[in-house]
Design a protein around this ligand. Structure first.
Ligand SMILES: Cc1cc2nc3c(=O)[nH]c(=O)nc-3n(C[C@H](O)[C@H](O)[C@H](O)COP(=O)(O)OP(=O)(O)OC[C@H]3O[C@@H](n4cnc5c(N)ncnc54)[C@H](O)[C@@H]3O)c2cc1C
Length: 444
């Protein structure tokens, strides 16, 4: 028992074991730790962050360069993720950008940025100026956005139809679909619009583009992802201990077995990817995966001065300028077509495509390249999956679920993972009779 200043005994705060040190587990740990719970996080790998992490490019070298498994970006509407970064004191390590650069093959650049009008009209000026869309495409998109705003809360079939079905219903032009709707959504949700439930497409455009004028601003971590959760930052989060290289092998009514030893707590949060649940003896939904391919290229000269850009009409969808325009990180979301391709073929394709957008890439020498295919990047947010995503509560009163695949209200993103962690933390607090609110509501 702990005694307060008047010597009344205070009940000891419960202990919680969190399984998995990805964003879902870490955000649950940070929330519960700062509310006074004792938290132990068990992570299988030697570093934190799960699918949003970085690792040494050459692990055998002492001062090896850290690279992200793939560029991760967020928007200002990711309020829970930003809250998590704030808890760890790293919010200022996220650089926000107001410009989105769209580049056509040949190199013509169009910029989308907000102007002086209030939401939802804040993009009007720059949208009208986009050169990669015709006037007819723009009128179609404006009609589409109006319909989306109207139907968002009125239709009950958005989990049953694909985004592409909805766009065709709204008579969007082929170029508007390819260069606007598909281009934005495939990267935001990591799924093609022909496979993606319309609900998620609506959410991206509503929260990111229409609800608030600054919501679309893109946040890019200015340091490697893994540095955002460095061990020493956790002192700010209360009584949280981190056990790396400690895979949990089993969970049973008595507790967990990790690295051959039993550990017990009053509450357990399982924050693993869904495909790992059966390893612990827990049931998992039969979701499909959608892959992402990250391509890191180091050139002998500056290729671009832009901080980032989205590339139209090609396989590579995004390029990020990681250092001096020479180290570029390219991203292909929903990259099923690259799944069987060799590393050499992917690099050749990436360099060839870059040359179509940036003349400097044509004469440049590639000094180094690294390809990371994440075949299990996220679950595929197909029609029908939303109803199968479980809430944090399980049939067991001391066991809770978190993870980007659980019912967080968001698709599989860093924000979705953090929301799931906060929801699981709230469920633990409720179960222990100490209700606490951690989840911040959406901006609209
Ligand atoms: C290539 C790529 C690019 C992405 N880009 C973006 C982006 O730009 N923006 C965005 O918002 N989202 C992006 N995402 C999605 C985002 O990374 C994920 O949605 C999010 O990180 C998932 O977090 P999580 O905690 O749910 O799961 P994970 O990150 O998978 O965490 C689970 C953790 O559990 C650990 N673990 C597994 N088994 C065990 C065990 N038995 N015992 C203990 N620990 C175990 C794992 O090592 C891992 O650390 C991207 C994902 C990928 C793969």
């Amino acid at each position: 028992m702990i005694k307060d200043a008047w010597q009344h005994p205070l009940p000891k705060m419960p202990n919680v074991i969190v399984i998995g040190g990805g964003l879902a587990g870490l955000s649950a740990a940070a929330a519960l730790g700062s509310a006074g719970f004792g938290v132990r996080v068990f992570e299988a790998r030697p570093f934190l962050g799960g699918r949003a992490t970085s690792f040494p490019l050459a692990p055998s070298e002492d001062a090896s360069e850290l690279i992200d498994n793939c560029q991760h970006v967020l928007l200002r509407c990711c309020v829970n993720l930003l809250d998590f970064y704030k808890r760890l004191g790293v919010l200022d390590r996220i650089s926000f950008y107001r410009e989105f650069y769209f580049i056509e093959p040949g190199g013509r650049i169009s910029i989308l940025r907000r102007g002086l009008l209030p939401a939802p009209l804040h993009f009007t000026g720059s949208f009208l100026g986009l050169r990669f869309l015709s006037l007819g495409d723009k009128i179609a998109i404006a009609r589409g956005l109006l319909a989306l705003r109207h139907e968002r809360t009125r239709r009950d079939d958005l989990d049953r139809i694909t985004m592409l079905e909805w766009l065709r219903e709204k008579r969007q032009t082929p170029r508007a679909i390819e260069r606007f709707w598909r281009q934005v959504l495939v990267s935001a949700i990591n799924e093609d619009i022909g496979r993606l439930a319309a609900r998620h497409g609506f959410q991206v455009f509503w929260l990111g583009f229409l609800a608030r004028a600054d919501a679309y601003e893109m946040g890019v971590p200015a340091i490697p992802l893994g540095e955002l959760y460095r061990a020493e930052l956790w002192q700010a989060a209360g009584d949280v201990s981190l056990r790396l290289r400690t895979p949990v092998e089993r969970i049973d009514p008595e507790g967990i077995i990790a690295a051959g030893e039993r550990h017990t707590a009053e509450y357990y949060i399982c924050a693993l990817p869904f495909e790992r649940l059966p390893v612990l003896g827990l049931p998992a939904p039969a979701f499909e995966h959608s892959p992402i391919t990250g391509i890191h290229l180091w050139f002998d000269r500056r290729i671009t001065d832009l901080p980032h850009a989205t590339l139209l009409d090609r396989t590579v969808q995004w390029v990020f300028n990681k250092s001096e325009g020479r180290y570029l990180q390219l991203v292909v979301s929903a990259s099923r077509e690259l799944a069987a391709a060799s590393r050499a073929d992917i690099i050749a394709l990436a360099v060839r495509e870059l040359g179509e957008f940036f003349p400097a890439a044509r004469g440049a020498r590639l000094e180094k390249a690294h390809v990371i295919k994440e075949l299990r990047a996220t679950y595929s947010a197909a029609p029908g999956t939303e109803a199968l995503r479980p809430p944090p509560e399980t049939g067991r009163p001391d066991l809770f679920l978190a993870g980007d695949w659980t019912r967080s209200g968001w698709p599989a993103t860093m924000e979705g993972a953090v929301r799931s962690g906060y929801l699981a933390a709230e469920a633990v607090a409720r179960a222990s009779g100490r209700p606490a609110r951690f989840l911040l509501p959406d901006i609209a």
